[in-house]
Design a protein around this ligand. Structure first.
Ligand code: UDP
Ligand code: MG
Length: 139
């Protein structure tokens, strides 16, 4: 069944001119870009987006990193898109990510790991609507 998932090309990858390379891997994997835009998150947006991790020791650093430069947020569409994009990203820590994954290829470390992808149907829905209006998704 076709579903939507939410993706971020994170600041470390944008800074290294890897936006096109990451989006190309997404498209080559058969996922369709339904909407995309470059933004610079405010501290409040980043805190809200990662609120689930508020109690984690890495939370403050993560928020600082996510607002350190622009990011490219996208909505991806495809059969089983959520799980397929998680597979394509690879493990959170690039050092443990499998060959052929985005994080293996482009991630720098466990924090600056090049990309974000929703981890389930509920988060996908919340994350898409956090950054995109319904109008932006009509295509
Ligand atoms: N992160 C970090 N240190 C950690 C674990 C995670 O800096 O020990 C960062 C990393 O950028 C990761 C994000 O926090 O992508 C969210 O963590 P999560 O466990 O949700 O990993 P993901 O779903 O992105 O693989
Ligand atoms: Mg996660």
């Amino acid at each position: 069944m076709s579903e939507l998932t939410f993706s971020i090309v994170k600041p470390d990858a944008v800074e290294r001119n890897l936006v096109g390379a990451v989006l190309a891997m997404i498209e080559a994997a058969g996922l369709t870009i339904k909407a995309t835009k470059m933004i610079r998150m405010t501290k409040e947006q980043a805190e809200g987006f990662y609120a689930v991790h508020k109690a984690r020791p890495f939370y403050n650093d993560l928020v600082a990193y996510m607002i350190s430069g622009p990011v490219v947020v996208s909505v991806l569409e495809g059969d089983n898109a959520i799980a397929r994009y998680r597979d394509l990203m690879g493990a959170t820590n690039p050092a443990q990510a499998a060959e052929g994954t985005i994080r293996k290829k482009y991630g720098k470390n466990i924090e600056a790991n090049a990309c974000h992808g929703s981890d389930g149907p509920d988060t996908a829905k919340t994350e898409v609507s956090f950054f995109f209006s319904q109008l932006e998704l009509v295509n």
